[in-house]
Design a protein around this ligand. Structure first.
Ligand code: NAG
Ligand code: NAG
Ligand code: NAG
Length: 413
């Protein structure tokens, strides 16, 4: 998946159009990990995105070999356009939402977190109006937001330590802005099962350090019934899936023991939380063993992601599949036979006709299977530029917000 590594973000205003690795003024790391490619999203934000070719391409600040990702920004107002949805949907999913990104800018797929790259999606913190975006979305019927944030930021680089009052306080402003809309709010630790390269419970942070993070977060939010605990964004290349399930169990136990006994907890599998390989690669079987301290699995929901472009990456403006037969049908059948449910916390596509076609088809399938697929959360709005290839950022004119093509055509409730 490609929603990942913020190589660099710089500056709180769009500056020059000159493209430099990592973005204008970026002073941090400028090399993407193997298998990913530096992709410029705009003058002030670049990301390492998985390469479509094997091997990956490393990238330096002097390189000009960026992928110029789609700048199709076609949009139309959310009123008065006929939806091209395949619209055979008979059901209604419980949750429809959007990722409100920004506190995760700087998070790398190796579990690093460049704190200076964070771009809070809050005007009070000098960023874009994520609070206004959420209010707009809720007025359209949305009822859940995912709020990605890096582990290092919340504890100010102190692994195993307490939440940093300043940083967690800033992030809390976003959580409170979300809760104020009446929606559910997912706290998403955007660390790829890692801290600075080390895998949790498998050579990196201990399960106890990971559990400590979740205990502290749950203590802070235990009285908020609409906070959802997103244990980890997109674990990948985790060698032992059963050990990973043990790390997830440590987080679940910590959350419940901290007093957050009723809220939903999202359990992520390997391979970038791929919906397509959740069962075939063993994530499902391993995560079935995770329980609440009382032995039940109440409100333990599987977390899956799905992009619809040619390489499953979520970096291309065009979509090529709805992946219903490859991903959603087997997953829905498995969930049903195991009496469990999943939430698709990342899906998206370009604002293009092909993505309208396939996204509408995917959404229709989820609605038809809403007994086991609780809903979907689009990637992404928040601090992204409207030119970002997967932008769901609504644009505001006066008191009127205008949605992107994909949102207004398919993703809106
Ligand atoms: C990861 O998932 C993608 C599809 O989402 C699949 O093509 C790939 O083979 C998977 N890798 C593993 C190791 O399961
Ligand atoms: C998951 O995929 C990886 C890479 O292909 C493989 O090594 C591993 O054995 C798979 N695990 C299971 C349980 O299928
Ligand atoms: C699912 O999507 C992947 C790439 O995104 C593609 O390779 C695969 O063929 C698709 N499967 C189906 C059944 O659409």
């Amino acid at each position: 998946m490609k929603t990942l590594v913020a190589l660099g973000f710089v500056g709180f205003s769009a500056l020059s159009s000159s493209i430099t690795g990592g973005g204008t003024g970026w002073t941090g790391a400028t090399t993407c990990v193997s298998g990913s490619t530096c992709t410029v999203l705009n003058a002030y934000y670049s990301q390492c995105l998985p390469s479509s070719t094997t091997g990956g391409t490393s990238h330096t600040t002097s390189s000009t070999s960026h992928t110029s990702s789609g700048t199709s920004t076609s949009s139309h107002t959310s009123t008065g356009t006929s939806s091209s949805a395949s619209a055979t949907s008979t059901g209604k999913v419980k949750f429809v939402g959007v990722n409100i990104a920004g506190f995760d800018f700087g998070c790398g797929t190796d579990g690093s977190d460049t704190l200076t790259s964070i771009y809070p999606p809050l005007t009070a913190l000098g960023g874009p109006d994520g609070a206004g975006q959420m209010q707009h979305f809720v007025s359209e019927g949305y009822n859940i937001f995912r709020l990605p944030v890096g582990w290092q930021y919340l504890v100010n680089n102190n692994l195993g330590g307490a939440l940093d009052a300043t940083n967690s306080g800033k992030y809390d402003q976003l959580v409170q802005a979300c809760l104020a809309t009446g929606a559910y709010c997912i706290i998403d630790i955007h660390n790829y099962a890692r801290w600075n390269g080390g895998i949790i419970g498998q050579g990196g942070p201990t399960n106890a350090q990971f559990a400590s993070l979740w205990s502290n977060i749950a203590t802070k939010y235990k009285s908020q019934s609409k906070v959802v605990f997103g244990v980890m964004n997109e674990p990948h290349d985790v060698p032992d899936i059963n050990l990973w399930a043990g790390s997830v169990q440590a987080a679940v136990t910590a959350i419940r023991q901290a007093g957050a006994t009723t809220q939903m907890i999202l359990l992520p599998g390997n391979n970038w939380t791929s919906a397509q390989t959740f069962i075939s690669n063993g994530s499902g079987a391993a995560l079935l063993t995770v329980t609440n301290p009382d032995g039940t699995t109440t409100n333990l929901i599987f977390d899956v992601h799905k992009y619809l472009d040619s390489d499953n990456s979520g970096t291309n403006a065009e979509c090529v599949t709805d992946n219903v037969s490859s991903s959603w049908q087997p997953l829905a059948a498995w969930l049903r036979s195991n009496g469990r449910q999943a939430l698709n916390t990342e899906t998206g596509g370009g604002n293009t006709a092909s993505c309208v076609q396939y996204m509408c088809s995917q959404v229709a399938y989820m609605k038809q299977n809403s007994d086991v697929i609780l809903g979907y959360v689009g990637w992404a709005a928040g601090a992204f530029a409207t030119s970002y290839v997967l932008s769901e950022v609504p644009t505001r004119s006066g008191s009127t917000w205008t949605d992107t093509l994909l949102v207004s055509s398919c993703m809106k409730p």
